[in-house]
Design a protein. Structure first.
Length: 273
């Protein structure tokens, strides 16, 4: 399992990315569904303070203390620096559980452009997105990679092995995983060549949108196509649509764009290998 996720707009949204032990947002029910998996989480990255993205925090923080498991593991929560709603839930958690939580718990404010090291050669970078709230953020996990310089392709192995590292390799950043958070369309270059992109696709058509709030299915597909995303996972689909109404447009747009896509049905937790 690479990703375990639940996404139902207005109700609850959370996404656990197992390879790097990180969770993006923490809506209601996250701890209930992950169970002992909550001890695997080392970092939580919050996109914004709307209620469906943060209400799972108090229970998850509490259960990491009281449930059997390694409750000495530290937990770091990264959040938009100017988000007042997250500041309030942090204050509530501190008042309710401040002296009760025995493991190291840190709340770390960040801004677009900040990079947090996940492990050697891999960081999580915050990016600016467009949503009606205080300082909304999206995220992308970036891995430092190297490839043989084209000029050396086809040369004998011993000859290449004898070269200094900086002479034989080109170094580049690769986007392993991206999460848009709640957003209107942004510059596709933010997600260019991403291995995996979880993207807001709240509305089936633009007429259902009231104000600059969320992307439509068409906008999500257009952005992923232009960004040359390798694997698109559509999230935050509005529960106003019956699942049977969603499938047809998904297939139609995927075929027209030639994209490898999946979606998170709002009636169950989804797992992606």
């Amino acid at each position: 399992m690479i990703i375990k996720a639940y996404s139902k707009g207005l109700y609850s949204n959370w996404y656990f990315y197992a390879p790097d032990r990180v969770m993006f947002d923490c809506g209601e029910g996250a701890a209930l569904y992950l169970r002992a998996g909550i001890f695997a989480i080392e970092k939580i990255f919050l996109s914004h303070g709307h209620i469906d993205h943060i209400t799972g925090l108090p229970l998850l923080i509490s259960l990491r203390q009281s449930t059997k498991g390694d409750n000495a593991k530290p937990l770091k929560i990264y959040y938009p620096r100017r988000d007042r709603s997250i500041a309030l839930i942090r204050e509530t958690v501190d008042r309710m559980m401040g002296s009760y939580v025995k493991y190291p718990l840190e709340w770390i404010p960040i801004e677009a452009g900040d990079r947090i090291e996940l492990r050697k050669g891999r960081v999580c970078e915050a990016i600016e997105v467009v949503h009606p709230c205080d300082q909304p953020l999206g995220y992308r996990i970036i891995e430092s990679r190297k490839r043989l310089k084209e000029v050396h392709v086809g040369k004998p192995g011993p000859e290449i092995a004898a070269m200094p590292e900086d002479e034989k390799f080109d170094y580049y950043d690769a986007k392993r995983f991206c999460y848009s958070g709640d957003t209107m369309p942004i510059d596709p270059r933010e997600f260019e060549d991403a291995d995996i992109l979880i993207h807001d696709a709240t509305f089936l058509k633009a007429d259902d949108r009231e104000g600059p709030t969320h992307c439509t299915l068409q906008e999500a597909f257009d952005l992923a196509h232009e960004a040359r995303v390798k694997r698109l996972i559509l999230a935050h689909i509005s529960p106003r649509y019956e699942p049977c109404r969603v499938v047809g447009p998904l297939i139609e747009k995927a075929e027209s764009h030639g994209l490898n896509y999946e979606w998170i049905p709002y009636h169950r937790v989804a797992e992606f290998a």
